[in-house]
Design a protein around this ligand. Sequence first.
Ligand code: HEM
Ligand code: HEM
Length: 165
Amino acid sequence: MATHRNGYSGLQIGLHWLVLVMVLVQILIAENMTEMVDAIEEGTAVPPEAAFWGPVHYWLGISILAIMVVRLIVRLVSGAPAHAGDQSPALVAIAATLHWTFYVVLIAVPISGLVAYYGLADVGDIHGLARPVLLTLIVLHALAALYNQFVRKDGTLTRMFRPQA
Ligand code: HEM
Ligand code: HEM
């Protein structure tokens, strides 16, 4: 796997920040999907707001899945730069684990959503764990990035904004 690069590519950077926005919107509108499927299951009218945002949850979720698959391929083919600064091997390993966990979670969560939607309603409860799991991962990851950038001053955040070939 290629890891000896100076920075992330424009594509990697663009998709990184796009996925952040999409995931935050997805979490904010998710309850509408629950309302929509509950109403359909109970045979009651779907509230207008849920009838609008439920399908948005569906398509936004599938788009996140597609983008994460593209990101995974790009990551495997073109790699990532070595960790900025001279951090301890343990912290570097934790950061790498967190990065790979994002790929696993953001591919598994939409798939579990599709499974819940197309039949196995019980899977919906597991799928709903996406909110606490993702918010925890994002907070830890963002705090680590901010710490590296502003306390250790190693340019970690800067390189997620400045593309390198
Ligand atoms: C990264 C993508 C996704 C995230 C972060 C996400 C997140 C969530 C969350 C947090 C809930 C629980 C909402 C509540 O509090 O009631 C939920 C519900 C649901 N989502 Fe997603 N979702 C994603 C993708 C998808 C996709 C692609 C589908 C496919 C149709 C889907 C279908 C559903 C369904 C059916 C429910 C209701 C589950 C139930 O209560 O039984 N989701 N989603
Ligand atoms: C849904 C939210 C997020 C996801 C899924 C995510 C995912 C990732 C992944 C997988 C990487 C590794 C590089 C790659 O393979 O593309 C990465 C790197 C990075 N992320 Fe995020 N991230 C999110 C939110 C954030 C936030 C909120 C910040 C900052 C406040 C941030 C800052 C960074 C930085 C600075 C790097 C580069 C780390 C390095 O060079 O070692 N990310 N992110």
